[in-house]
Design a protein around this ligand. Structure first.
Ligand code: ATP
Ligand code: MG
Length: 428
């Protein structure tokens, strides 16, 4: 019996990795463009961090965590999300003392969920957390960042921004009571899940996927009436900044998000191109979290996107650049065994002088025809061929593999010529 990967923890095979790289590279570039710095925290944390940060009465903590005792008997958990660890690290290392932080991360998270398209037990997030900014300008900037990312990836037209404010804690408590009162008068119509949420986490009922519950909620009180003046001002400033930036949004009064620590702004980017798992990115404000985890009261706001869902979306829309899926730009071939050493030296000089060009040198001999087949399969744009003639003349044959005229150039000119060809997007 062969051993297989753990259920819900898929491999990313080479043919899929291009989309991942495209997303990761693009995100990295955009985050640098917005002046963020990176943070990396461990995949394992103490279990009580998540119980406290995410909230005891959430789906994540109640039923989705991978928790175990290590050999020392300490309870550890594979992180189900990254924010808690980032906040823990920021407090632990004094990153929040008299300074602001704009941080980004990427990496795996783990949730024991029912695996299906767009939902896995090990999945990956790319996210941003900013600390020390009370101003809604930061909420707007985060949304602007994600908007820039969708545009750079070519998926902007397929995603919609949903926006809501869930107010400050006092407003939320008042609303919560009103919602519970309303739902109690309709308790007979509630499903089992909603009844259990009614006791423990009633705002999550707004999230219910059950159409009958959603219909019931049409008549329910909304958060709006319970917002404080400050909550309102914060939200209108955010909306004004989004309008000014030309970013459309849909107000979704039922958007609450699963995690306990959110307050005021919450947002999600959703798509209908992926079926049920349509949320590609979620975020919002968590001004109380740092203090809740033992730090000095510090406002926080962030988002996380699901890498697998974003890659699925890019695959569905066919926007992953072909060259991300190619192995190489240049494929070096040898037509005479005596030319091999020279070809290898030439290749090593080329790699040094053109460090961002992907250069594959053929290994394993064979006819030129079979080498050209491999060159084609590698996705390379250009073939470099060294045969007996070229060896004697100290030249190399540059052969465009995707159409164009081949040329012979002096070997000591090859880096320069290849640079020019690269600059014209590999056309010749
Ligand atoms: P959902 O409602 O789909 O369960 P969530 O609210 O639990 O999402 P968050 O905790 O906000 O998700 O995580 C941020 C993003 O991470 C989500 O928008 C989604 O794209 C992705 N994500 C969350 N859970 C999974 C999972 N099990 N598999 C793949 N991606 C996930
Ligand atoms: Mg979830």
């Amino acid at each position: 019996m062969t051993i297989q990967s753990v259920r819900g923890m898929p491999d990313v095979l080479p043919e899929q990795a291009g989309g991942w790289l495209f997303l990761e590279n693009t995100a990295k570039q955009i985050f640098a463009n917005f002046g963020l710095t990176q943070i990396r925290t461990p995949i394992l944390e103490e279990t009580r961090l998540f119980a406290r940060a995410v909230g005891d009465v959430t789906d994540i903590v109640e039923k989705e965590m991978y928790t175990f005792d290590d050999r020392n008997g300490d309870s550890l958990t594979l992180r189900p999300e990254v924010t808690a660890g980032v906040v823990r690290a920021a407090i632990e290392h004094g990153l929040l003392h008299n300074q602001t932080q704009r941080l980004w991360y990427q990496g795996p998270a783990f949730r024991y969920e029912r695996p299906q398209k767009g939902r896995y037990r090990q999945f990956h997030q790319i996210g941003v957390e900013c600390f020390g900014f009370e101003d809604a300008a930061m909420d707007a900037e985060l949304i602007e960042m994600t908007n820039a990312l969708w545009r750079a990836l070519g998926v902007r037209d397929a995603v919609t921004l949903e926006l809501n404010t869930i107010g400050s804690p006092a407003a939320r408590r008042a609303y919560r009571d009103a919602l519970v009162n309303y739902l109690r008068t309709h308790e007979a119509a509630l499903d089992a899940e909603s009844v259990s949420r009614l006791e423990r986490n009633p705002l999550r009922i707004l999230d219910s996927k059950n159409p009958e519950i959603q219909a019931l909620l049409n008549q329910a009180p909304t958060m709006d009436a319970y917002l404080t003046e400050e909550d309102r001002a914060h939200f209108s400033r955010l909306c004004a900044l989004l309008d000014a930036a030309g970013i459309d949004y849909v107000r979704n009064h039922r958007l609450v998000r699963g995690l306990d620590y959110y307050g005021r702004t919450v947002f999600e980017w959703t798509t209908d191109a992926l079926g049920a798992q349509g949320t590609v990115c979620g975020g919002g404000r968590y001004d109380g979290l740092v203090e809740h985890l033992g730090g000095k009261s510090t406002p926080g706001v962030g988002f996380a996107l699901g890498v697998e869902r974003c890659v699925l979306l890019m695959e569905t829309l066919d926007v992953i650049p072909e060259n991300m899926q190619a192995q190489a730009d240049v494929y070096v071939m040898v037509q005479a065994a005596e030319a091999e050493v020279v070809a290898r030296q030439m290749t090593s000089v080329l790699r040094e002088q053109l460090p961002d060009v992907r250069i594959l040198m053929h290994i394993g001999g064979g006819s030129l025809k079979s080498q050209l087949k491999k060159a084609d399969k590698s996705g390379a744009q250009i073939g470099l061929i060294l045969g007996e003639h070229e060896l004697v003349d100290e030249t190399v044959l540059i052969k465009p593999l995707r159409g164009g005229e081949q040329i012979t150039v002096a070997r000591n000119e090859v880096s320069k010529v290849m640079q020019t060809i690269k600059d014209s997007a590999w056309t010749m």
